[in-house]
Design a protein around this ligand. Structure first.
Ligand code: MG
Length: 450
């Protein structure tokens, strides 16, 4: 599977050492001769094999590699900038299960490849026409990622004030890339750390996606240790979710919402998020007198909008926060420091800060949909909802309709023949009703002849 965020597949099936080497060679073909690439990987057992294959491909194309070791995705992005590298690569399949791995490519700015460059990379790979260099590229090691990353994130908060509080924190790093750097960060912030799933072995102790059903262990540890807060990272440590002081998972949408609320106390400026993210973000921006820019789904789209509109903060509702003062990719370290500083500054508990935000309930579902039916369905949903009082339409990515009582977002998946419906309203029942209405319209549209 080759998408905007890179290549991802099951190791030994769709993602082999041969494919990895070809992508190394394809990326080298895109870069100027003698370029340097910063490269890191998460803790998956297949990491070293994919790494060696990608490096072989890069070196064959004359590209020099700076090997960062096991580091987070935002850590690689930081180092690309720090080293003035010509690009970056992370070997990770993010939140996908252990049999998967992936190769994620980054620009010299530490951003995910924009769609046109991702397309170009794919075309070069498919053509098999790679540049071959007479002189092989070099490999050097660099172990500075954690310290440079930690220094950067500490630069956006009041470290002294946070350290003075001596928070008790439970951290679940899912035996992933967050295992090494995150405890160093929390140590610098004076926290008493209970670290679970803390060995960088890549043996995931639970399903790696940081969502409610996978976090029972973290919730229990927060209660058992009477901690102030619990944090969970995904395997490449770009996403973060939060458990409150009662051991209750507050929901992945709250990472971005709480961090945004805090940042708008620090600074003035606009926010950006994707079309599937909670209305809490509209409320937070509005109450500070700022604008929220909505983008198509995908981290790169949010980063683009942040660049374009000079946003002070942004991210995605899946626990991905982006602070341009650090780097323009999702960063769990940023979420951690902002949350802790927010607790200090307000003197409130996590549960209080969460309940200070307007309360919404989200509803998510998907249904099978052949690609050729998607257009018809979107048109029918648009027709049905656009005449509603105060309906606001955004068709930048599928269709989002904002209504006074809630909103809906319908879009076809890029990777599977399905459509996703996300709705949100003041309570679960109302959110479910909006989704039901959408589904009925979709059923009729799909059955109708063109
Ligand atoms: Mg991730």
């Amino acid at each position: 599977m080759v998408g905007v965020s890179g290549v991802r597949g099951i190791v030994g099936e769709s993602l082999t050492d041969e494919v990895a080497e070809q992508f190394g060679r394809a990326f080298a073909t895109m870069l100027p001769a003698g370029a340097t690439v910063a490269l890191g990987w998460d803790t998956r057992p297949s990491g070293p094999m994919i790494r060696d294959a990608v490096i072989a491909g890069l070196n064959a194309g004359g590209v020099n590699v700076v090997d960062l070791g096991i580091v987070s995705t935002p850590g690689v992005a930081m180092m690309i900038k720090h080293l003035s590298a010509g690009g970056g690569i992370v070997i990770t399949a993010s939140h996908n299960p252990a049999p998967y791995n992936g190769i994620k490519f980054m620009t010299p700015d530490g951003l995910n490849l924009p769609a046109d460059q991702a397309e170009r990379l794919k075309n070069i790979w498919q053509s098999g026409k790679f540049t071959t260099s007479e002189t092989s590229g070099t490999i050097t090691q660099n172990d500075q990622t954690h310290s440079i990353h930690i220094e950067a994130v500490c630069g956006i908060i009041d470290v002294k004030a946070v350290a003075g509080r001596k928070f008790k924190v439970v951290l679940d790093s899912i035996n992933g890339a967050g295992c090494v750097g995150t405890p160093l960060l929390l140590e610098k912030l004076g926290c008493e750390l209970v670290h679970i799933n803390s060995e960088p072995t890549g043996e995931f102790a639970h399903k790696p996606e940081p969502i409610s059903e996978n976090l029972a262990g973290l919730c229990e540890a927060v209660r058992e240790h009477q901690a102030n807060v619990g944090f969970a990272q995904d395997p490449d440590a770009d996403r973060l979710v939060i458990v409150d002081e009662n051991g209750k998972f507050i929901g992945e949408e709250y990472t971005l919402a709480l961090a945004s609320a805090f940042v708008l106390r620090q600074q003035t400026g606009d926010l950006a998020t994707n079309l599937s993210t909670s209305r809490m973000m509209d409320d937070i921006a509005a109450s500070a007198g700022m604008k929220l820019h909505r983008t198509p789904v995908g981290e790169a789209n949010v980063a683009d909008a942040m660049n374009q509109y000079g946003c002070v903060f942004g991210g995605e509702g899946n626990g991905g926060v982006i602070d341009p003062r650090v780097v323009l990719v999702r960063d769990s370290f940023v979420g951690i420091v902002l949350m802790l500083n927010y607790l200090v500054e307000t003197g409130k508990a996590v549960s209080e800060l969460a309940s200070d935000l307007p309360k919404y309930e989200m509803h998510k579902e998907k249904f099978p949909c052949p690609p050729e039916a998607a257009e018809k369905i979107l048109l029918a949903v648009r027709e049905a909802f656009s005449s509603r009082p105060s309906a606001k339409i955004n068709d930048a990515d599928g269709l989002r309709v904002d209504l006074p009582q809630g909103w809906l977002h319908v879009r076809a998946s890029n990777t599977e023949p399905i459509m996703r419906i996300i709705t949100e309203a003041r309570d679960a029942e109302s959110a479910g009703k909006i989704a039901e209405e959408v589904r009925k319209i979709a059923d009729v549209a799909r059955a109708s002849r063109p």
